[in-house]
Write a protein that binds this ligand. Structure first.
Ligand code: ZN
Ligand code: ZN
Length: 349
């Protein structure tokens, strides 16, 4: 038996003992040393998720030690320290062949369709191993920070897509974990100035720990557009990234970019309220490019691990709390109240 948090339905989950999964002959059994508490999981705990069929173990930001290797598996050994890329493409379809694994027609996700990481053990299936989703990590990389790889990969890879580059002024709306991470990644890519906007005063205050952010705006006290124009000699930003699930922030982005600026719609909107109104004439006259951004191709996960290992982001500033797995609900409270940026759970504490 093992400890796990089992999800039974919206607002119904329990920390309990459950069957330890068996290692498949073509897979690997992973002893989970740390798992990141992700905002998307918090939404699943509260509202459910179309791809999660309860009872289920969710959680997808998983790192650990290989406990058992199936007889048919090559290239992995018991005792390896690894990070698991939870977004697993098939490797066969058109999108996979174009290096667009996140758009794979047969995508499976650890912690959605497959059992996830809020537990002491998880099975890594054959499809994950075959598609290079199980990564050995450097001895220098602590289990404390390696769970950031998943979010780092998606911030990195969506910024690659929207081409955040040297000299850009980047506006980020929302100072949640992903907003702050976008700030660090933008600076690592050479952005000259990062402006962040956040209405929650305690979140905004906490974002001040990130050296990558130059300007902090609380839009309930200051006009964001005025600040952006002031900071850009009246032109507007090169890139605006609304990194929050708020339609109004996406709509406002068009007002904040300069001509030929780029907008990256990063945060998904609530499923019952995801239609927004965009000023088509602004897009037309200012020649604005709007990009969607979601997840990443498997190669970005490896890049993200390197970014974390090389301290190109301030990992120790992101992870504000470590908690035992049994305190998952306290972790949710800390994040929702804005006291925590990122919570990492330890299943063996
Ligand atoms: Zn996540
Ligand atoms: Zn595919």
């Amino acid at each position: 038996m093992m400890d796990a948090v089992v999800f039974y339905g919206p607002n119904d989950y329990k920390f309990e003992q459950t069957e330890t999964p068996k290692c498949p002959v073509d897979g690997v059994l992973l002893k989970i040393m740390a798992v990141g508490l992700c905002g998307s999981d918090i939404r699943t705990f509260e509202f459910g998720h179309p791809k999660v069929k309860p009872p289920a173990i969710i959680g997808h930001e998983v790192v650990g030690i290989i406990e058992e290797v199936g007889a048919e598996v090559m290239g992995h050994s018991v005792g390896d320290r690894v990070a698991l890329n939870p977004i697993i493409p098939c490797g066969e379809c058109y999108y996979c062949k174009q290096n667009m694994g996140n758009q794979c027609k047969n995508l499976v996700v650890i912690g959605s369709q497959l059992a996830g990481g809020y537990a002491q053990y998880v099975v890594v299936p054959k499809v994950a191993i075959k598609n290079d989703c199980l990564h050995k990590i450097s001895d220098d990389l602590s289990f404390d920070y390696a769970p950031l790889a998943e979010t780092t990969a998606s911030a990195y890879s969506t910024q690659e897509y929207v081409n955040v580059k040297k000299g850009d002024v980047v506006v980020i709306i929302g100072a949640g974990p992903l907003g702050n991470l976008h700030a660090d990644i933008a600076k690592a890519r050479g952005a000259s100035k990062v402006i962040i906007s956040e209405m929650n005063e305690s979140r905004l205050e906490m974002a001040k720990r990130f050296k990558s952010i130059d300007v902090f705006v609380n839009p309930s006290k200051e006009d964001l557009k005025e600040v952006v124009l002031r900071e850009t000699n009246g032109y507007g930003a090169d890139v605006v990234i609304p990194a929050c699930p708020v339609g109004a922030a996406q709509e406002q982005s068009l007002d904040l970019v300069k001509s030929r600026g780029r907008v990256l719609l990063f945060g998904g909107l609530p499923k019952d309220n995801h239609h927004i109104r965009l000023d088509s004439n602004l897009i037309h006259y200012k020649e604005i490019a709007i990009f969607g951004g979601y997840a990443y191709n498997p190669d970005a996960f490896k890049i993200a691990l390197d970014i974390i290992t090389e301290n190109r982001i301030q990992s120790d500033q992101f992870v504000t709390h470590f908690l035992p797995l049994k305190d998952l609900s306290e972790g949710i409270r800390l994040i929702k109240s804005g006291e925590a940026i990122k919570v990492v759970l330890k299943p063996w504490q």
